[in-house]
Ligand binder design. Sequence first.
Ligand SMILES: [Zn+2]
Length: 195
Amino acid sequence: MRYRVVSIPPALAQEVRATGKSPQYGHPAHSEVATGYGPCRQCLRSFHQGEERRWLFTYNPFEKLTDYPSPGPIFIHESECRSFDAVCEFPPELRDLPLMFEAYERDRWLLLHEPVMAAEIEPTISRLLGLPSVEYLHVRNREAGCYIARVERITENDAPSAQAALCSTRPHSTEVVSEIGDPSGPQIPYALRRT
Ligand SMILES: [Zn+2]
């Protein structure tokens, strides 16, 4: 499965830094020294807690995908950073976070959501994006519920370099992936947690 992980639009991040407001909602953004790992939704790297500064603002990850929004809080680095733009690579600093994958069909219909462990990331992406009705995946923090990034298939509309990229389906693990709805799958405690 050829895929890419899409971070928030860089122009939107720049607008937050320039105006101190949420570009989509106009609410004031909050600037602070990072007290949690984040991650930054532009470069998809964790914050250096107690060192790096970050913006917190309201973001709707469904903009341009569907009319029904779901705004929520996200962080970005306060200083300009480079958008994650690798192809066929899951952001390394996201791998060990408590992740939830959500698989959306047309009109943001949620087909399923699954907690994902680090060793299962690539097989799960392949399996979920291999479902013909699924249009994209959302990656969320399964403890805080916050949106992190979107996962899409590489299509003929992508640049030739992206289309030519080779993706291994299991570069990090050969573990067997539990099937959808497998009751023996990981049991995840859910609790609100500040990230
Ligand atoms: Zn960043």
